[in-house]
Design a protein around this ligand. Structure first.
Ligand code: ZN
Length: 342
C-alpha cells in the first residue's frame, strides 16, 4: 500500500490556510471541490452547504458514507466596546484558556480582513494583579492591529456585530513527523479522506461498494450530518481520536471509537473496523470517548436510518493547540483503504 503522504500534507496545508469556522465555510468548500475535480470526481453541494463526492463501487446497490468536518471552532463579534476592542461569542467550544494571546483575523461581511490578537482585558502583568485570572468570554477581547480608540473608529473599518473572528491555526510539521495545528479536528480527516480518494484514483481502484465522501460544515455546532443522502446505509465518521486519561490511543495510532457521550456505535461496524486494523497490522486503539459526539450522532439524532461507526487519527489536546503525527495519518488511511475494499 503506497500512500502519497506528500499529497495529504499539502492538501492539509491548503485547507488550513482558509479560515472556516462553522457557518463560514464557502471558501474552503470551493477548494475541496477543486481538489475532487482534479482527481476526476464530481462534487455536489447540499442546500445547507455540505459537500458530497461520489465514488462508484463494484456494487452500486450498497452505499457507504464517510464524513469528515471541515468547519472549525471560532469566534464572532458580539459587540464593539467604547475603547475599540471587540467582545466576542464562541463558535463551538474552543478552550478559552488557550485562546488568550492568539493571532486572529476579523472577516467583515463586505470582504475586508483585519488582523488582531485575543487578549485578556487586564493583560499587563506589571499593571494588573488579575493578569493571571481564569479566562472567559467576559475577560477576553480582540484588539485590532489598527489605530482605533473608539467604537466609531471600528465601525468606520466596516466591522460590525456578527462578523467572524478566525483564530490563526499555527500550522507546523516537524522534521520528526509531528503535525501541530489548531483545527486538526477535523481538517486532518478531510485531508485523509482526500488522500484515500487520491490513492484510489492513482492506483485505478474501484471500491467494493459505492462510497460517498461527505464534507460536513456544521459539525462543531452539532447538526453537521443531521441529514445525509438517503441512499446511504452505513455512515463512518472520520474525526479526531481522543488521547488522555485511561484511553489507549497515541498520536501515532488510528482510534476506533466503541462508545462516546451519544452512546455506543454500531456493533458490527466497530468489530469489523477493529478486525481489519488487526489483519492489516495497523497500530490502532479501541477506545471510549468520555465527552464527545460525532456527525454519526448528529445523523442518528436527525432521524437517519443508518448503521454508524467512528474512527480517526489520534489527536492530542483537542480544541486547544492540537498535535498528531504522520504515523496516525498513515494508520487511518490504511484502515480506510482496507474498508473501502472489504
Ligand atoms: Zn471533530
Amino acid at each position: 500500500m503506497e500512500i502519497n503522504m506528500k499529497y495529504v500534507l499539502q492538501t492539509l496545508e491548503e485547507i488550513m490556510k482558509i479560515d472556516s469556522p462553522s457557518g463560514y465555510t464557502a471558501a474552503v468548500m470551493e477548494k475541496i471541490e477543486q481538489k475532487a475535480q482534479e482527481l476526476g470526481y464530481g462534487f455536489e453541494t447540499t442546500h445547507k452547504g455540505n459537500g458530497v463526492i461520489t465514488v462508484p463501487g463494484e456494487d452500486p446497490e450498497y452505499v457507504v458514507g464517510f464524513c469528515a468536518h471541515v468547519d472549525t471552532l471560532g469566534l464572532m463579534v458580539r459587540s464593539i466596546k467604547e475603547n475599540g476592542a471587540l467582545a466576542f461569542t464562541k463558535i463551538g467550544g474552543p478552550n478559552l484558556a488557550t485562546v488568550d494571546s492568539e493571532l486572529c483575523r476579523v472577516h467583515t461581511r463586505d470582504g475586508r480582513v483585519y488582523d488582531g490578537t485575543v487578549y485578556c482585558t487586564k493583560p499587563a502583568s506589571h499593571v494588573y494583579k488579575e493578569a493571571g485570572a481564569e479566562r472567559s468570554e467576559e475577560n477576553l477581547e480582540v484588539r485590532l492591529d489598527e489605530v482605533v480608540s473608539s467604537k466609531e473608529d471600528v465601525l468606520k473599518l466596516g466591522i460590525q456585530v456578527g462578523d467572524y473572528i478566525c483564530i490563526d491555526p499555527k500550522f507546523v510539521i516537524t522534521p520528526s513527523g509531528f503535525i501541530k495545528s489548531r483545527f486538526l479536528d477535523d481538517k486532518l480527516s478531510v485531508a485523509i479522506l482526500l488522500g484515500v480518494l487520491e490513492y484510489f484514483f492513482s492506483q485505478h481502484l474501484t471500491p467494493r461498494h459505492t462510497v460517498k465522501i461527505l464534507i460536513s460544515t456544521y459539525e462543531e455546532v452539532g447538526h453537521g450530518m443531521a441529514w445525509i443522502p438517503q441512499d446511504i446505509q452505513e455512515l463512518i465518521a472520520v474525526d479526531m481520536g481522543c488521547i488522555g486519561d485511561d484511553l489507549s490511543c497515541t498520536e501515532q495510532m488510528v482510534s476506533i471509537c466503541a462508545k462516546d457521550s451519544s452512546g455506543p456505535y454500531d456493533y458490527t461496524i466497530t468489530s469489523r473496523l477493529a478486525e481489519l486494523a488487526k489483519e492489516n497490522g495497523l497500530d490502532y486503539a479501541l477506545d471510549i470517548y468520555p465527552y464527545y459526539g460525532s456527525d454519526v450522532s448528529a445523523a442518528l439524532k436527525g432521524g437517519q436510518d443508518i448503521q454508524g461507526g467512528l474512527i480517526g487519527p489520534g489527536v492530542f489536546a483537542s480544541h486547544a493547540y492540537e498535535r498528531s503525527h504522520v504515523k496516525a495519518v498513515e494508520n487511518t488511511m490504511k484502515l480506510l483503504i482496507a474498508y473501502w475494499q472489504d
